[in-house]
Design a protein around this ligand. Sequence first.
Ligand code: PEP
Length: 249
Amino acid sequence: MRKPLVMGNWKLNGSIDMAKNLVAGLRKELSNDTACNIAIAPPVVYLDSVKHQLDGTNIILGAQDVGIHLSGAYTGEVSVEMLKDIGVTHIIIGHSERRTYHKESDEFIAKKFGVIKEAGLVPVLCIGETEAENEAGQTQAVCARQIDAVIKALGVQAFNGAVIAYEPVWAIGTGKSATPAQAQAVHKFIRDHIAKQDAKVAQQVIIQYGGSVNDKNAAELFTQPDIDGALVGGASLKADAFAAIVKAA
Ligand code: PEP
């Protein structure tokens, strides 16, 4: 039985005050015995203070990205060990915004996956097709390619204890979510694709849906058998909306 994960990705939003208010709101709205796991990924500069604000809750600390190096002359980078040091357990990698704006390749993202696993933390690997790829009928090919880069570099066992977030790029921040049936079809394809290599790994891997999830559409998405929670952008910035998504999972 997979326990869903609802994870909030704050992206480049927030301030000290905003983080305090948002966490206080989540503490008020949520009890500690939720049916799903919950994580929030604030901007890196707020991680340490948010960690302290989360004391006594069951909310996990996530990061939005990580570098591939562990230490040394890599100005501006943040290592997995540093994130681990301050209590981060889940790290988003391969988000479409990083693939697009930072030209991150499948192979580079697979390296990030590897350093996260090596540190004993949980990679949250974002995959998904653009609108043009969707219209060209390439959804499955794109998802398979993005997963296969990790399998090629690290083997299918790397997905043990890992999280995949299926995020169709055309649904991110657009208000145009995939329908539950559309998302389920791709989630099933992803699970079956991994199962071709190892059925046990495929059965336990968490596959979240991401892309304009909100308090109105979450419950129906979560009825689908292969949708194990959500990666939430915009709606994770409002405590009541994020809490409602958590309660729906
Ligand atoms: C995201 O950025 O991962 C995301 C899913 O954003 P939104 O929920 O705003 O579409």
